[in-house]
Design a protein around this ligand. Structure first.
Ligand code: XIL
Length: 461
């Protein structure tokens, strides 16, 4: 059984049946304490990001925009691949308290309710931040700024007490560049340096079970800005100011690439006695280069035992805040990108990607969904020969109860008596030279169940 304690993440060496049963039974209990995301989607397979991450003791999350929850394709991928959710905007100050004393949680609730209905854990983003702060906060006295800061923390954390595993209590308090100074904001300018620790103390009192994080960007490598955050966290730990975690946003592009000392930086924070989380990962680019950068980030987190989870900043490129940079794992049509395959593989998962792993056995198979309509979807299975030529192959495709395969192409199917298991063989000769691939396809009538079929292993006789 995986546990996440104040001592950090423990990784199971193998995934046992016992563990799966235990985690399945504990989802309801754990969601109250916020640990469900680590295990809520754990099943027998590791074909999704959430499952593969769970097998390493991590959650795998995404930012969610409440207004996308009415799009069925979006929801299908969200539910299938992720087990943790961060509100992209609807929990920010301007969203929940647009005018003074007027709290509105309708949109934030939509995200919370969806996540909870799926057994996903939630990150809380964010309580005190200079940006997306409503105008009325700019015109207050020092005393009122302080009162409102504490009131906001109390009210918002109180609203979701027990439902959020980690809160970004303070976001982006430091300046970019070499100064190591704190950034100008109503909090900094009116209250002075003490506002950050006061926020954390108020947050601890508001929800004693939530992990309290400081979150920032351009702090992913070792530099003046991350040094300043490091000094603050060290000071907080030394003086008993409550802080449990540091979030590394990890927004990367060619101007701000994945730093060479990323893992080393995560580790030095972990060594201060806090958890570290990758909170808003997105990497502009495409193809193999983007995939390689994603792989490096996952490996860095896996290399630090107190790195407890990874969240990407959105499900699909088309809704990314930086959509021009196509920085996410799914393209605008919800196809898995090479970056997806790289992440899944780095997490030890298998079989879900578009790029078959280099063949080790006689042949290997991968699955991807290629189309989707209101009532059905098409799947494609790619069969790849290993290091030797093969002259035949065979693979089982199992659909869930209620689903039905209504059409197939490029293969010759037979069925078991339940009708759920299709054994596909080549249509004609099955010759594949070493490393070569072929694919077959099929249509699944969903009947309300959008789970991906599960693939058996590929055999050559
Ligand atoms: C971004 C959202 O993705 C956008 O939709 C919004 O317009 C601006 O904020 N750092 C953060 C996130 O902490 O809250 C930001 O999210 C991205 C940068």
């Amino acid at each position: 059984m995986i546990s996440q304690s104040s001592h950090g993440r423990k990784r199971p060496r193998t995934r046992s049946f016992t563990r799966r049963v235990l985690t399945a039974g504990l989802v309801g209990v754990l969601s109250a304490t916020g640990l469900a995301g680590m295990s809520g989607s754990a099943t027998a397979s590791n074909h999704t990001l959430a499952e593969a991450a769970a097998s390493k003791g991590l959650y795998f999350g995404t930012a969610v925009a409440h207004n996308r929850l009415s799009e069925s394709d979006y929801v299908a991928v969200l539910n299938r691949e992720f087990n943790s959710v961060t509100h992209e905007n609807s929990l920010k100050w301007e969203s929940v308290q647009p005018s003074r004393g007027n709290f509105t949680f309708t949109n934030a609730d939509r995200v919370v309710n969806h996540a909870r209905s799926q057994g996903m854990s939630l990150r809380g983003h964010t309580l005190v931040w200079h940006s997306q702060l409503p105008g009325w906060m700019n015109n207050l006295s020092a005393a009122d700024t302080r009162t409102e800061m504490n009131n906001h923390i109390n009210r918002v954390m109180g609203q979701y007490r027990g439902q959020i595993h980690s809160w970004d209590v303070v976001n982006e308090a430091f300046q970019d560049g070499n100064s190591g100074a704190r950034r100008s904001s109503p909090f900094q300018d009116k209250i002075g340096n003490s506002w950050i620790e006061e926020s954390f103390r108020t947050a601890r009192a508001a929800d004693g079970n939530a992990k309290l994080c400081y979150n920032d960007y351009n702090t992913d490598g070792i530099n003046a800005k991350s040094n300043a955050v490091y000094d603050m966290v060290r000071d907080f730990k030394a003086r008993g100011v409550p802080i449990d975690c540091v979030g590394f946003q990890s927004h990367f592009n060619p101007q701000s690439p994945v730093p060479g000392n990323y893992q080393q930086n995560l580790q030095r924070f972990a060594d201060l006695g806090v958890d570290v989380q990758i909170t808003e990962l997105d990497i502009e680019g495409s193809g193999a280069a983007q995939a390689d950068n994603y792989r490096r980030v996952i490996e860095a987190c896996l290399g630090v035992s107190r790195c407890t989870g990874i969240s990407v900043w959105g499900v699909t490129d088309k809704y990314s805040w930086r959509s021009g940079g196509t920085p996410l794992l799914f393209d605008g049509n919800y196809n898995k990108k090479p970056a997806y395959d790289a992440v899944l593989q780095a997490l030890g998962g298998s079989g879900g990607g578009t790029n078959p792993p280099p063949g080790t056995g006689a042949c290997s198979v991968t699955y991807e969904q290629t189309d989707r309509w209101g009532d059905r979807f098409n799947g494609r299975v790619t069969v790849r020969a290993g290091s030797s030529a093969i002259s035949s192959w065979r693979v089982n495709v199992t659909v869930s109860n209620g689903q039905r395969i209504s059409a197939t192409w490029n293969g010759s199917p037979t069925w078991d008596s339940s009708g759920n298991v299709m054994t596909m063989r080549p249509n004609g000769n099955g010759n594949l030279s070493a490393g070569a691939s072929t694919s077959f396809g099929f249509t699944v009538m969903a009947n309300g169940n959008w789970s991906a079929p599960s693939l058996g292993s590929c055999s050559v006789n």
